[in-house]
Design a protein around this ligand. Structure first.
Ligand SMILES: [Zn+2]
Length: 160
């Protein structure tokens, strides 16, 4: 009697297991099918990473300041970032990312130039030629020196 129960149990478990495996396979197939043609299947782009990073940053800031408006902004950005990932309009998403890259590079070069200009101002004086208006870069701390304009060759005296 016990043996029959045991066999019954094994067969029943086997069938359930097979069914479970089948339905898991089916779920996986459905998932893969539903993901086809979606933006995320082409990998995450820099704009997505930026958006999720921004949400994380805002969450941290909001832990300190506890603003409900900021929570709403976090939520909207989060939903938008997810919407982008699962969007089927690949070309539009791609274009968005290109725009993002463009603005990011502009922003980065602005700050690089800003840093560069500050360093230049520390080590150089910028003078204008009294004759033609050409800008001339003179190292600081050399006392009174004669400057010759590289454009019109006018000479003038400056304190550096
Ligand atoms: Zn000149």
């Amino acid at each position: 009697m016990k043996f029959y129960y045991f066999t019954y149990f094994i067969i029943k478990e086997g069938i359930t297991h097979m069914n479970l495996r089948n339905s898991l396979n089916k779920m996986r197939d459905n998932f893969i099918r539903s993901m086809q043609g979606r933006y995320i299947m082409y990998g995450t782009d820099s704009f997505s990473r930026f958006l999720f990073g921004l949400v994380l940053l805002l969450i941290f800031i909001n832990i300190i300041i506890g603003s409900s408006l900021l929570s709403l902004i976090e939520f909207v950005i989060f939903v938008y970032a997810y919407y982008r990932l699962f969007s089927k309009n690949i070309s539009k998403r791609y274009h968005e990312n290109e725009m993002f890259e463009k603005y990011k590079n502009k922003y980065i070069s602005f700050f690089k130039n800003f840093k560069y200009n500050i360093n230049q101002a520390k080590t150089y004086h910028i003078y204008k030629c009294p004759n033609c208006g050409q800008k001339i870069r003179i190292p600081r701390g050399k006392g009174k020196i004669m400057v010759r304009c590289p454009k019109c060759y006018t000479e003038f005296q400056k304190k550096s």
